[in-house]
Design a protein around this ligand. Structure first.
Ligand code: NG1
Length: 541
């Protein structure tokens, strides 16, 4: 399975470029980071780690409910060149880092992990806390993501002894920040890989022996590492950045465990990313947006489980995917249930969600579908204290009404759309006789339905994203939707190969914020992307 493969380490440029699927512009980028490293640090780097951003084709806000999603890695990526500091001075702290960034606005940073031993705690705790790196989650800076990746390497590989190498690193990247293309996951994956490579840890497991670190192990580390910058993400971004393969989307399922398989995309399908230029700062709006949705979907799961008389522990935070599994009698040890069975159970759930509407109320409009905190606690069957402990003690949320019905309706329908999208792609591959345009239309319709659901039920769109998807449809997109968390950021549109230029031209001329943009500035905000391969490392001689 794709996720169990080792991380590719290339020593030969033609293998590297071949694996990326494209050559020329990639070759230039890799050369320029190596040359710049040489110029700044006086020697060639030992490794360059690459981690791509991702675009989610379909399956929004369902990864943290443990339903499968369908992202693809994009060509835009983060490259991190790294080299041991030769002749490290005696006073150099172990594992100290000089970090530079090719973008001028990100200034040079020097930091070192501090060994931290606390005499009063148990042996286990000493090992876990042995290294300390300051990451201020209230004020994230570019190097915070570098530190987050490094931290995981320190904790996993240097807690039992040994000193990490003092290094110089140079970072460059083309994934726009804060736009739903997972620049943060790419930074953290890239940094984790660079520090693993330079410390000789790519070749073994946590004990330094045994098989090479697998892609799924790197994903697990990167998810844990990203939590250090305060993001409780679902795992889609890191998995897409690490496991993706060219020309395909990646079906990633999270239950009963992380697994990933390539879904070949139909020939002639081009995905165009357009940035709405609305910046949504997830950390700032979390209590009304992202984190509130996480809590609403979790509470909806408990209420449904209670209504369906499924067994759920009082302190358990059951997810909507687990409710579906328990209802269907899925045996976790056997793996994910067959797709048809899952689709059928999802259909049933779309009926059961009626029970998430407010009790005893006469609902005449969608706006009244939410429940108050008191109603929500009563529906959960928990005491107020239990509810607080399980659902509110770890996260801050703010709402007068909680939209359990709408959120669950989005999640179940979106989970079905992912499975249908995947089925259409797989069917097109196995019967190439089907009309290519019909295939694209089926995919486009699922993307459009996803956008409507994100807008009306999950309420994670915004006026600009709605406008941009509409403009995209008018400009010839077969389907168009927001991608990533939403509330700003990018859209992804499915466009037939022959229409790409006219599509970009029309959207650029119509979407207000693009007026006046030309050349590189325009390429920055609207661009076609080919699904690219996942993270890798290049090793210099
Ligand atoms: P963005 O904000 O696009 O990186 C976020 C989450 C994903 C997923 C999507 C919504 C993070 C780092 N990522 O993506 O896991 O939940 O929203 O589908 O929070």
């Amino acid at each position: 399975m794709a996720a169990e493969q080792p991380i590719p380490v290339y020593t030969n440029l033609s293998d590297l470029y071949g694996s990326l699927g494209t050559s020329l512009n990639h070759a230039e980028k890799w050369n320029s980071v190596a040359e710049e490293f040489q110029r700044r640090f006086g020697r060639t780097p030992a490794y360059i780690a690459r981690a791509p951003g991702r675009v989610n084709l379909i399956g929004e806000h369902i990864d943290y409910c443990l339903f499968g999603v369908l992202p693809a890695a994009i060509e835009r990526d983060i490259l991190i060149a790294i080299g041991r500091r030769p002749n490290a001075l005696a006073e150099d702290a172990p594992g100290s880092v000089v970090a530079e960034n090719m973008q001028k606005k990100y200034t040079r940073q020097v930091f070192a992990p501090a060994p931290r031993r606390r005499a009063s705690v148990s042996e286990d705790e000493i090992r876990l806390e042995e290294w300390q790196l300051d990451i201020n989650t209230k004020e994230l800076r570019w190097e915070s993501y570098v530190k987050a990746g490094y931290y995981g390497v320190l904790i996993n590989y240097f807690s039992g002894g040994g000193n990490p190498a003092p290094v110089d690193i140079l970072v460059t990247g083309t994934v726009p920040a804060g736009s739903g293309l997972s620049s943060s996951a790419a930074m953290v994956v890239g940094s984790t890989l660079a520090f693993l490579a330079i410390n000789g840890k790519l070749d073994g497991n946590f004990t330094g022996n045994g098989p090479k670190i697998s892609k799924s192990q790197l994903v697990e580390m990167a998810v844990a590492n990203e939590k250090r910058v305060g993001v409780n993400s679902g795992g889609m971004d890191q998995a897409a950045s690490v496991i993706s393969v060219p020309s395909s989307a990646l079906y990633i399922s999270f239950f009963p465990e992380l697994s990933a398989s390539a879904v070949p995309l139909p020939p002639g399908a081009v995905f165009i990313i357009a940035n709405s230029l609305v910046v949504s700062d997830k950390a700032v709006t979390a209590k009304r947006n992202y984190n509130l949705r996480v809590v609403e979907t979790l509470v909806a799961a408990r209420v449904l489980a209670r209504h369906l008389e499924l067994k759920v522990g009082n302190t358990e935070r059951i997810t909507l995917r687990e409710v579906v599994g328990r209802l269907a009698g899925e045996v976790e040890e056997v793996g994910e249930m067959p797709v048809e069975w899952l689709l059928e159970t999802l259909k049933r759930m779309e009926r059961e969600i009626e029970h998430l509407k407010p009790p005893n109320s006469d609902i005449s409009s969608e706006a009244q579908l939410g429940v108050t905190m008191e109603e929500m606690i009563a529906m959960s069957g928990l005491t107020a204290e239990e509810f607080q402990d399980v659902y509110l003690s770890w996260v801050e949320v703010e709402a007068t009404h909680f939209q359990l019905y709408k959120r669950a309706k989005h999640v179940f329908s979106e989970a079905s759309r992912v499975l249908q999208y995947r089925r259409v792609c797989l069917a097109a591959e196995s019967s190439p006789s089907s009309s290519p345009m019909d295939v694209l239309k089926e995919l486009g319709q699922l993307m459009d339905e996803s956008q409507t659901s994100c807008n009306e039920l999950f309420e994670c769109s915004c006026p600009e994203l709605n406008q941009l998807t509409q403009i995209s449809k008018d400009a010839g997109a077969i389907g168009s939707r927001l991608t990533g968390a939403g509330w700003g950021g990018c859209t992804v549109s499915l466009v037939a190969e022959d229409n790409v230029d006219s599509f970009i031209e029309k959207v650029s001329a119509t979407y207000g914020p693009y007026k006046g943009l030309q050349g590189e500035a325009l390429d920055e905000v609207i661009f076609a992307t080919k699904p690219s391969s996942g993270a890798c490392v290049y090793k210099f001689d």
